[in-house]
Design a protein around this ligand. Structure first.
Ligand code: ZN
Length: 148
Protein backbone atom coordinates (compact mmCIF):
# COMPACT_ATOMS: atom_id res chain seq x y z
CA UNK A 1 0.00 0.00 0.00
CA UNK A 2 2.81 2.44 0.78
CA UNK A 3 4.18 1.92 -2.75
CA UNK A 4 0.84 3.05 -4.13
CA UNK A 5 0.80 6.08 -1.80
CA UNK A 6 4.30 7.02 -3.03
CA UNK A 7 3.09 6.75 -6.63
CA UNK A 8 0.08 8.99 -5.90
CA UNK A 9 2.36 11.48 -4.15
CA UNK A 10 4.58 11.54 -7.25
CA UNK A 11 1.56 12.10 -9.54
CA UNK A 12 0.41 15.05 -7.38
CA UNK A 13 3.86 16.67 -7.40
CA UNK A 14 4.24 16.19 -11.17
CA UNK A 15 0.75 17.49 -11.94
CA UNK A 16 1.23 20.52 -9.68
CA UNK A 17 4.19 21.43 -11.92
CA UNK A 18 2.47 20.46 -15.19
CA UNK A 19 -0.67 22.55 -14.48
CA UNK A 20 -2.58 21.40 -17.58
CA UNK A 21 -5.03 24.07 -18.69
CA UNK A 22 -3.24 26.85 -16.81
CA UNK A 23 -2.67 29.97 -18.89
CA UNK A 24 -5.39 29.10 -21.39
CA UNK A 25 -8.06 31.10 -19.57
CA UNK A 26 -7.29 34.53 -21.03
CA UNK A 27 -7.50 33.35 -24.66
CA UNK A 28 -10.59 31.16 -24.42
CA UNK A 29 -14.14 31.78 -25.56
CA UNK A 30 -16.06 30.21 -22.72
CA UNK A 31 -19.70 29.18 -22.49
CA UNK A 32 -19.35 29.38 -18.71
CA UNK A 33 -16.77 30.43 -16.17
CA UNK A 34 -16.32 30.59 -12.43
CA UNK A 35 -14.06 32.14 -9.82
CA UNK A 36 -13.50 30.22 -6.58
CA UNK A 37 -11.34 30.86 -3.53
CA UNK A 38 -10.33 28.70 -0.61
CA UNK A 39 -9.49 31.26 2.08
CA UNK A 40 -8.28 28.72 4.65
CA UNK A 41 -5.36 27.77 2.39
CA UNK A 42 -5.14 30.75 0.03
CA UNK A 43 -5.98 28.79 -3.12
CA UNK A 44 -7.66 30.66 -5.94
CA UNK A 45 -8.85 29.70 -9.42
CA UNK A 46 -10.71 31.24 -12.34
CA UNK A 47 -11.87 28.52 -14.70
CA UNK A 48 -13.61 28.63 -18.05
CA UNK A 49 -15.31 25.81 -19.93
CA UNK A 50 -16.41 25.61 -23.52
CA UNK A 51 -19.33 23.25 -24.15
CA UNK A 52 -20.06 22.50 -27.81
CA UNK A 53 -23.47 22.07 -29.55
CA UNK A 54 -23.51 18.34 -28.64
CA UNK A 55 -23.11 19.22 -24.95
CA UNK A 56 -19.51 17.96 -24.85
CA UNK A 57 -16.65 19.71 -23.10
CA UNK A 58 -14.48 21.00 -25.90
CA UNK A 59 -12.03 22.96 -23.81
CA UNK A 60 -11.14 23.91 -20.24
CA UNK A 61 -8.79 26.74 -19.30
CA UNK A 62 -7.90 28.28 -15.98
CA UNK A 63 -5.61 30.59 -14.12
CA UNK A 64 -4.88 30.58 -10.45
CA UNK A 65 -2.47 29.88 -7.69
CA UNK A 66 -2.38 27.81 -4.57
CA UNK A 67 -0.93 24.78 -2.85
CA UNK A 68 0.30 21.76 -4.79
CA UNK A 69 -2.89 19.77 -4.08
CA UNK A 70 -5.15 22.49 -5.52
CA UNK A 71 -2.96 22.97 -8.60
CA UNK A 72 -2.51 19.22 -9.19
CA UNK A 73 -6.27 18.78 -8.85
CA UNK A 74 -6.99 21.48 -11.46
CA UNK A 75 -4.47 19.87 -13.82
CA UNK A 76 -5.93 16.36 -13.35
CA UNK A 77 -9.47 17.70 -13.73
CA UNK A 78 -8.60 19.41 -17.03
CA UNK A 79 -7.17 16.15 -18.38
CA UNK A 80 -10.06 13.99 -17.11
CA UNK A 81 -12.98 16.14 -18.31
CA UNK A 82 -11.82 16.78 -21.87
CA UNK A 83 -14.49 15.38 -24.26
CA UNK A 84 -16.94 14.36 -21.51
CA UNK A 85 -20.59 15.38 -21.86
CA UNK A 86 -21.94 17.96 -19.44
CA UNK A 87 -24.03 15.27 -17.71
CA UNK A 88 -21.07 12.88 -17.37
CA UNK A 89 -18.92 15.66 -15.97
CA UNK A 90 -21.52 16.73 -13.41
CA UNK A 91 -21.95 13.09 -12.28
CA UNK A 92 -18.19 12.69 -11.84
CA UNK A 93 -18.00 15.93 -9.85
CA UNK A 94 -20.81 14.69 -7.57
CA UNK A 95 -19.05 11.36 -7.09
CA UNK A 96 -15.74 13.11 -6.38
CA UNK A 97 -17.43 15.30 -3.75
CA UNK A 98 -18.89 12.19 -2.02
CA UNK A 99 -15.44 10.56 -2.01
CA UNK A 100 -13.76 13.71 -0.66
CA UNK A 101 -16.30 13.92 2.17
CA UNK A 102 -15.91 10.23 3.07
CA UNK A 103 -12.88 10.70 5.38
CA UNK A 104 -11.02 7.90 3.66
CA UNK A 105 -13.98 5.51 3.54
CA UNK A 106 -14.45 5.70 -0.24
CA UNK A 107 -11.83 5.39 -2.99
CA UNK A 108 -12.16 6.66 -6.56
CA UNK A 109 -12.01 4.02 -9.31
CA UNK A 110 -9.41 4.19 -12.09
CA UNK A 111 -12.19 3.43 -14.63
CA UNK A 112 -14.04 6.64 -13.72
CA UNK A 113 -11.25 8.94 -12.61
CA UNK A 114 -8.08 7.90 -14.45
CA UNK A 115 -4.96 9.55 -13.00
CA UNK A 116 -7.17 11.66 -10.71
CA UNK A 117 -7.39 8.60 -8.40
CA UNK A 118 -4.14 10.01 -7.00
CA UNK A 119 -6.31 12.59 -5.17
CA UNK A 120 -8.31 9.89 -3.34
CA UNK A 121 -6.05 9.91 -0.27
CA UNK A 122 -6.76 13.61 0.33
CA UNK A 123 -10.18 12.64 1.78
CA UNK A 124 -8.39 11.49 4.96
CA UNK A 125 -7.20 15.06 5.60
CA UNK A 126 -10.27 17.18 6.28
CA UNK A 127 -8.26 20.43 6.10
CA UNK A 128 -7.11 19.66 2.55
CA UNK A 129 -10.43 18.53 1.05
CA UNK A 130 -11.30 22.08 -0.04
CA UNK A 131 -7.93 22.33 -1.80
CA UNK A 132 -8.74 19.25 -3.89
CA UNK A 133 -12.38 20.31 -4.47
CA UNK A 134 -11.72 23.92 -5.54
CA UNK A 135 -11.33 23.42 -9.31
CA UNK A 136 -14.12 20.79 -9.36
CA UNK A 137 -16.53 23.27 -7.75
CA UNK A 138 -15.41 25.88 -10.29
CA UNK A 139 -16.12 23.50 -13.19
CA UNK A 140 -19.50 22.54 -11.72
CA UNK A 141 -20.48 26.21 -11.47
CA UNK A 142 -19.16 26.94 -15.00
CA UNK A 143 -21.11 23.98 -16.41
CA UNK A 144 -24.33 25.18 -14.78
CA UNK A 145 -23.75 28.57 -16.39
CA UNK A 146 -23.21 26.82 -19.76
CA UNK A 147 -26.76 25.46 -19.80
CA UNK A 148 -28.57 26.39 -22.97
ZN1 ZN B 1 -4.69 24.40 -0.67
Amino acid sequence: MSGLQDLYQTVIIEESRERRGDGRYADGIWTGHSHQVNPTCGDEITLGVQVDADDRIESIGWQGDGCSISMASASLLTELMQGKTRTEALELIGEFRDIMRSRGQREPSVESFGDAVALGGVSRYVMRVKCAMLSWVALEDALHKSEH
